[in-house]
Write a protein that binds this ligand. Structure first.
Ligand SMILES: O=C(O)CCC(=O)C(=O)O
Length: 339
């Protein structure tokens, strides 16, 4: 008997791609589907500070999002940004052509060399061929100056993510049998996008229209570090095409304590999503994670993804992956191409 699957259309940097979806409602995930990896030993001495870093940043996001619209529009992305930085309002995007508009609001800022925690420098000191790919824009900070410590707390969280990502990319290299420092030179001025998402509880109208918080998509870069609060709503599409809810149930196979209640995300964790660029570089050994968000609760939800990739990624993609033949020749051969 053949199963009737739906084709989910996704936008990617190289045009639309499709993934099959099984005809079932999302179910809770199992411990095997979303493994939990303990990163604490990497930074154990600063655990309490790191916890404060997240809490302070979340507080700032809520302060920003709860301002009157005209204050948020001081950093309106469509108006002031060349590179999708700044504020994007509720129902102003539709990331998935197969789904509704997105109910979330977002604030984005991208890599600027002066904010780099490892080697801060003025943009004029960055080599020419890299400088033209730097996507940070100052208007996001100029238009939020009225919020005390907003920049400080957002950048503190972003910096912690950047440091962690530079360590994690070394683990990815080792896992692919590459030299540990394989990516080091390619992430000196990386793609490092801080995005803060705010998902208000949906209106009755939005519930009836089955509006998504953020529609199905894959992330574009090497990988994403995604912190989310305890409200829940993140779903991931398995390789088989089943939507699963990222939740506490992935920690233990004993689901009994969640009977009848929605299982919350695991406290103290971040989700690591593989991006399209990593998938292409390693010829599908790691597959990019299709995910989406629907806030089905009556509370607001906050998430703080950090998207990490190589410097000059867009130029490299254009040069290395643009041709159809190149894409086709990238069968799963386990050969990692230059990145
Ligand atoms: O809010 C989330 O949990 C996911 C956010 C996300 O996928 C994104 O911003 O691209």
């Amino acid at each position: 008997m053949t199963m009737s699957v739906t084709k989910l259309k996704l936008r990617t940097a190289l045009g639309p791609v499709y993934r099959d979806v099984l005809p079932y409602e999302p179910r809770d995930c199992t411990p095997e589907e979303i493994p939990v990896i303990d990163l604490q030993p990497m930074f154990s001495s600063e655990l309490s500070e790191r916890k404060k870093t997240i809490a302070r940043c979340k507080e700032q996001i809520l302060k920003f999002m709860k301002q009157p619209l005209e204050m948020k529009e001081l950093v309106e992305s469509h108006k002031y940004s060349k590179f999708y930085n700044g504020y994007l309002g509720r129902r102003k995007t539709q990331i998935s052509p197969s789904e509704t508009v997105d109910v979330r609001e977002g604030f984005t800022f991208r890599y600027s060399p002066d904010l780099d925690p490892d080697h801060p420098k003025d943009i004029s000191q960055v080599p020419d061929e890299i400088r033209r790919w730097i996507r940070g824009e100052d208007f996001v900070w100029e238009g939020t100056q009225h919020l005390p410590e907003f920049k400080r707390d957002c950048v503190a969280y972003w910096s912690a993510c950047l440091r962690l990502a530079r360590k994690m990319v070394r683990m990815f290299a080792l896992s692919l049998d590459l030299e540990e420092d394989y990516w080091d030179e390619k992430v000196t001025h990386p793609g490092a996008d801080g995005v803060f998402n705010y998902y208000p509880a949906r209106t009755q109208d939005e519930i009836e229209q089955k509006c998504v918080g953020l529609g199905s998509h894959t992330d574009l870069q090497l990988f994403t570090l995604l912190w989310q609060d305890s409200v829940g709503g993140l779903q991931i599409l398995t390789r088989e095409g089943q939507w699963i809810k990222v939740s506490e149930s992935s920690k233990s196979s004993n689901l009994s304590k969640f009977d009848g209640v929605k299982a919350p995300p695991i406290e103290g964790t971040i989700v690591v999503n593989i991006g399209d660029y990593m998938m292409r570089l390693c010829n599908d050994i790691y597959k990019s994670t299709v995910h989406r968000v629907t806030n089905e609760s009556t509370q607001e939800r906050v998430s703080m993804p950090f998207f990490f990739g190589c410097q000059k990624r867009f130029q490299m993609e254009r040069e290395e992956f643009a041709g159809k033949e190149v894409k086709q020749s990238m069968a799963p051969s386990a050969v990692v191409v230059a990145g």
